[in-house]
Design a protein around this ligand. Structure first.
Ligand code: GDP
Ligand code: MG
Length: 163
């Protein structure tokens, strides 16, 4: 059985952008328009000679805080159940939010390893944005940009180390 990695996080942090980059196709819908229902999407990728499955846990129907939180709980639970390693993605441009804390609390209860990926660190001057995410009390935050590709290798190194 190939290992499975789920990308989990609140809406709009860049999960689908990373997913598409990893599987090398535009399979997941990248959109910052809320209210679109998206199915979970699974694909295959490889890093350092190791092939593994990646799950994009998109599928968000905002408009009410409660629905967002409910949806995120479902996503987090799915990731916990199905995955060997979880990429918990946060948005370094926005900074730490209550929604991030909510997801973190879900993930914390699992025994699954968590790689904390701070996305949207598009250039080196934004590197300091990662430090506030230490507050989550998870693993060390790793800076990355799903759009530009920088730091993605660091995230994948951390992921395959857990296999
Ligand atoms: P998801 O809801 O977590 O799946 O997020 P998406 O992948 O749909 O991305 C949400 C928005 O963030 C889109 O407008 C993306 O273009 C943008 N985005 C994703 N990755 C990056 C990044 O590394 N840097 C910047 N600046 N924007 C990004
Ligand atoms: Mg998405």
């Amino acid at each position: 059985m190939k290992p499975t990695v789920a990308i989990v996080g609140r809406p709009n942090v860049g999960k689908s952008t990373l997913f598409n980059r990893l599987i090398g196709e535009r399979r997941a819908i990248v959109d910052d328009t809320p209210g679109i229902t998206r199915d979970r999407i699974i694909g295959e990728t490889e890093w350092r000679g190791i092939t593994f499955n990646v799950i994009d846990t998109g599928g968000i129907e905002p408009y009410s805080e409660d629905i967002i939180l409910k949806q995120m709980r479902r996503q987090a639970q799915f990731a916990i159940d199905m995955s060997d390693v979880i990429i918990f993605m946060v948005d370094g441009k926005t900074g730490l939010t209550d929604a991030d804390r909510e997801v973190a609390n879900m993930l914390r209860t699992s025994k699954k390893p968590i790689v904390l990926a701070v996305n949207k660190i598009d250039n080196i001057s934004q590197q300091a944005m990662i430090y506030e995410f230490y507050e989550l009390g998870l693993s060390d935050p790793i800076a990355m940009s799903a759009e530009h590709g920088t730091g993605v290798g660091d995230v994948l190194d951390a992921v395959v180390n857990y296999f």
